[in-house]
Design a protein around this ligand. Structure first.
Ligand SMILES: NC(=O)c1ccc[n+]([C@@H]2O[C@H](COP(=O)([O-])OP(=O)(O)OC[C@H]3O[C@@H](n4cnc5c(N)ncnc54)[C@H](OP(=O)(O)O)[C@@H]3O)[C@@H](O)[C@H]2O)c1
Length: 386
């Protein structure tokens, strides 16, 4: 496809556009992490005709969203000439195909980029590939610095972290106003601390992670299923991982029941200490559990570093911890939590350990408070890298 290449808007205009795209992209930071927040725009004859953003982890990248929006704009494809992107396009397969393929397939002849990929394995590779294929590349370096647009992505691609890789950990819990995870006795059997709208959000979140990690304490107390149902995507349900050092999980736990109609339920894996609870192993395997022994120690029961290494080796890149105060506290102590989502319901009092003290002393970054019906929600990144 050959098409005219129009004059480029001046650098000040392009920097202004990139800054706007970067600002808008940041609004999705808690949805896309550990991916970077990215925005893109398609220009035709120097005029912006469409924008697109990366809005969901594992979902289409900003370039693809912008090119799809340009297709819907009604402006003839022959008139599109320039793609403006806050970050260098990817050129390798991840959850989605490489964006450079799409740029080339759509016949884009020029890309303007606001920042290079910080990962040394990819840095400059996308731009080089486009140049080789005859695309004009304009790098307005640090027009949209990642330190401002997506600092979490710098932590994710940090060489120290890549040396001993582990998945991005999102810790989520629901608490009463006093920070307790279990409602008061008189609250009413089967009622949740957070409301139905929050629960819908949790299903969406479960559909966007590779694994859900919990402790055997939660399995014994609540008999949860950890399934995904709409509005979450039940088609690719996350693996359900129980940390249970001595195999206390009951073989008739609801985790092993087939998911209901329209629901998704991932493989159930129990991570335990070798040689412990062996008599109970056959019944659990017969119920459908995969048993994997990992390193354990007195303080850690099932050692969290080994859990995360195992998850990484299984291909998990974003995992959700939905556990009680014992395991949550251990995850926070060991600084393996990257991101928090805390629902505070309209409930006073409660039982068990409070997480309030944790919230007071954590080094929270990029924090956001929002409301969902009667619940308030805290979203934050933590300084977890080590
Ligand atoms: N509101 C919420 O969001 C929410 C969410 C989940 C649970 N809950 C509530 O929390 C309560 C259960 O609390 P919990 O603290 O007992 O549950 P938990 O934190 O889910 O499970 C704790 C158990 O996990 C095992 N474990 C394995 N490795 C561990 C490690 N490295 N560090 C710590 N624990 C490890 C330990 O048992 P072993 O030593 O036997 O391995 C430990 O006793 C229930 O009442 C439930 O309703 C609330």
């Amino acid at each position: 496809m050959t098409r005219a290449l129009h004059a480029l808007p001046d650098e000040k205009t392009l920097r202004g556009l990139l800054a706007e795209l970067g600002h808008e992209a940041r609004a999705q930071r808690f949805e896309v992490a550990p991916n970077p927040c990215v925005g893109a725009a398609v220009l035709a004859g120097g005029r912006e005709i469409a924008r697109g953003f990366h809005t969901v982890w594992g979902g289409p990248h900003a370039e693809v969203e912008a090119l799809d929006a340009a297709a819907r704009s009604g402006v003839p494809r022959e008139d599109w000439d320039t793609l403006v992107i806050t970050l260098e396009p990817c050129s390798s397969h991840g959850k989605t195909p490489p964006c450079t393929d799409r740029v080339l397939a759509d016949g884009i002849r020029r890309v303007v980029v606001g920042e290079l990929d910080p990962d040394p394995r990819h840095r400059g590779a996308g731009l080089e590939l486009l140049r080789e294929r005859g695309v004009e590349v304009v790098l307005l370096n640090v027009a949209t610095p990642l330190s401002e647009v997506a600092p979490h992505f710098l932590a994710w691609t940090d060489p120290d972290r890549r040396r001993r890789p582990r998945p991005w950990v999102v810790a989520k819990w629901a608490q009463t106003r006093s920070g307790q995870l279990v409602p008061p006795e008189d609250f009413g059997e089967g009622r949740w601390i957070s409301g139905p709208e929050s629960l819908r959000e949790v299903h969406r979140l479960r559909g966007r992670v590779d694994a859900i990690v919990t402790g055997v304490g939660t399995v014994l107390a609540d008999d949860p299923r950890f399934t995904v149902r709409p509005p979450g995507d039940p088609s690719r349900p996350p693996r359900r991982v129980v940390l249970d050092s001595v195999l206390r999980t009951p073989p008739d736990a609801r985790l092993f029941a087939p998911p209901g109609p329209g629901e998704g339920g991932g493989e159930v894996v129990i991570l335990h200490q070798a040689g412990q609870g062996s008599a109970r192993a056959p019944a659990l395997e017969a119920a459908g559990a995969r048993l994997v022994s990992v390193r354990c120690n007195e303080q850690d029961h099932v050692e969290l570093r080994s859990v995360l290494s195992w998850l990484w080796d299984q291909g998990a890149r974003r995992v959700l911890v939905e556990a009680g105060p014992t395991l949550l506290s251990r995850f926070l102590e060991t600084r393996f939590v990257d991101q928090l989502r805390v629902y505070t319901g309209n409930v006073s009092g409660g039982r068990g350990d409070s997480m309030a003290e944790w919230l007071g002393r954590l080094d929270l970054r990029e924090r956001l408070y929002r409301e969902v019906a009667d619940d308030s929600v805290l979203e934050a990144f933590l300084k977890s890298t080590r």
